[in-house]
Design a protein around this ligand. Structure first.
Ligand code: ATP
Length: 245
């Protein structure tokens, strides 16, 4: 089966010489893929290139077999995106925001708005202004907007960032429900290893702009008491090798 996401030798170096170097990643259909790394490791940069928000200097991203840089519309046709905190018009209701977003997609109407509100648990609050929403509710509204077009792949950058425990659990439950019931493939970035452990089947670890490990979460955690311990061991080894290079 063709991978849903293929990233090949992706490189982008900013003027300050930070960025990402030769990143290779593969997401298979049905994966909940955790893209894990500390603050500043390069997760958002990769995701912005993947979704055409910025350009790479080198390398390629293919979504459903289509290169993003040359065949953007085909590549993004079955993709929903939530990058950084979801932006919404705060003086409008949650529902009105979704209705406006739905106008971008031909054939997506009020019925789909009802469906996505239901999936993210915002039906009771749909008529309230977004200004009165909690951060968790705003994130769920962003997730609802990303789902409007019935995507087969959802790319979520730090979807639980800043949320309290209940907010995190709620987002996680929605993601796992969608993966199971609607067969949506997920690429989710996070700097919270516990989230990866609870939610993802496969993961990639990015460290200082380089993908240092990719594989099944169960494989990566093997031989360690926790995934956190496995990660720390991995990074120690990367630093040891770098010191001897
Ligand atoms: N527009 C920019 N100009 C210069 N440097 C940048 C820019 N965007 C990101 N960087 C740098 O590139 C590196 C990777 O940043 P990026 O935002 O991709 O990391 P991240 O893993 O998403 O971090 P976080 O978890 O904090 O969001 C960081 O060192 C960051 O400071």
């Amino acid at each position: 089966m063709k991978p849903v996401v293929e990233i090949n030798r992706l490189t982008k170096i900013y003027n300050n010489l930070r960025g990402i170097h030769e990143v290779n990643m593969t997401v298979q259909q049905g994966d909940i893929y955790g893209f894990f790394g500390p603050n500043g490791a390069g997760k958002t940069t990769v995701m912005k290139i993947m979704t055409g928000l910025i350009k790479a200097q080198q390398g390629e991203v293919k979504l459903f077999g289509h290169p993003v840089s040359t065949h953007y519309e085909q590549a993004m046709a079955k993709v929903g995106v939530l990058i950084e905190t979801a932006e919404a018009y705060s003086y409008m209701s949650g529902r009105r925001n979704l209705e406006l977003a739905a106008r971008f997609y031909p054939g997506i109407g009020k019925q789909r708005v009802d469906e996505v509100l239901e999936i993210v648990g915002l039906t009771p609050f749909q008529k309230e202004k977004v200004a009165g929403y909690s951060l968790g509710m705003k994130q769920r509204l962003g997730l609802a907007a990303a789902m409007l077009s019935k995507p087969e792949l959802l790319i979520l950058d730090e979807p639980t960032n800043g949320l309290d425990i209940e907010g995190m659990v709620h987002i996680r439950e929605i993601i796992m429900h969608l993966a199971r019931e609607e067969r949506i493939t997920f690429l989710i970035s996070s700097h919270l290893i516990h989230e990866m452990e609870l939610m993802c089947n496969r993961m990639g670890i990015i460290h200082q702009g380089r993908l240092v490990r990719e594989g099944l979460v169960s494989e990566i955690a093997q031989g360690s008491a926790t995934l956190e311990e496995a990660y720390l061991r991995e990074i120690k080894e990367v630093r040891r090798l770098a010191a001897h290079a």
